[in-house]
Design a protein around this ligand. Structure first.
Ligand code: 5GP
Length: 190
């Protein structure tokens, strides 16, 4: 997606070799036009997969996941980040390390909104080490639902998350792939 690459070059801030700040378009401010174009593109890639539900993790995945859900005409369920009650039988929960915050959080999904006959498309903003994705994938598996694939706005190829998810046999589509953030510069993978 050339338009997205351009916006990343113009508005992204390279904080280190590992972290790209995308507050201007993804993680703080949302551009509805760009988000709509991105969501439509991800929806198109999975349109033939009989998706019954979009899932994401709060909060940065929600805007684009909403567009994908609207395009495919299915509900969106976002995993909440919150402390789960020990022994809570009403929810699925997983403990995941947070890449940007450096802490461990619980993500949870109510059993009411995830069923064994669901075909799930998982949408997220950025994949780095893949911890958030692995947590949600475990929840989907525990519910007995089918994961048809995962769509992300940005894949950071120099971290192992996306490759390890693909090795699990999951189809993962990224709108842009970033090869490196070295020397303060964003290098895209073609
Ligand atoms: P992971 O669990 O794959 O390591 O990290 C996923 C989450 O961490 C993403 O949903 C994203 O919000 C955040 N994240 C990871 N890397 C970056 C980054 O380089 N920049 C920003 N802004 N967020 C990131």
């Amino acid at each position: 997606m050339e338009a997205l690459k351009q916006r990343i070059l113009e508005e992204g801030i390279v904080l280190s070799d590992q972290v790209l700040k995308l507050d201007a378009i993804l993680n703080h401010q949302i551009d509805p036009k760009l988000t709509t174009v991105m969501g439509k593109e991800l929806a198109a890639r999975f349109r033939d997969q009989q998706v019954t539900k979009i899932m994401t993790v709060e909060s940065s995945g929600i805007p684009i996941a909403f567009v994908v859900a609207a395009e495919l005409g299915v509900p969106l369920v976002f995993a909440r980040r919150k402390k789960t009650l020990v022994g809570d039988t009403e929810t699925y929960s997983e403990r995941v390390p947070s890449f940007t915050k450096g802490i461990v959080t619980d993500i949870m999904v109510s059993r009411q909104f995830l069923h064994a006959d669901d075909r799930i498309l998982f949408i997220d903003d950025i994949i780095a080490n893949g911890d958030a994705a692995r947590g949600l994938i475990k929840i989907i598996e525990r519910a007995g639902a089918t994961l048809v694939g995962m769509g992300v706005v940005v894949e950071k190829c120099f971290q192992h998350g996306a490759s390890s998810i693909r090795e699990q046999g999951v189809r993962l589509e990224a709108l842009v792939k970033i090869k490196s953030l070295e020397d303060g510069k964003v290098q895209f993978q073609e």
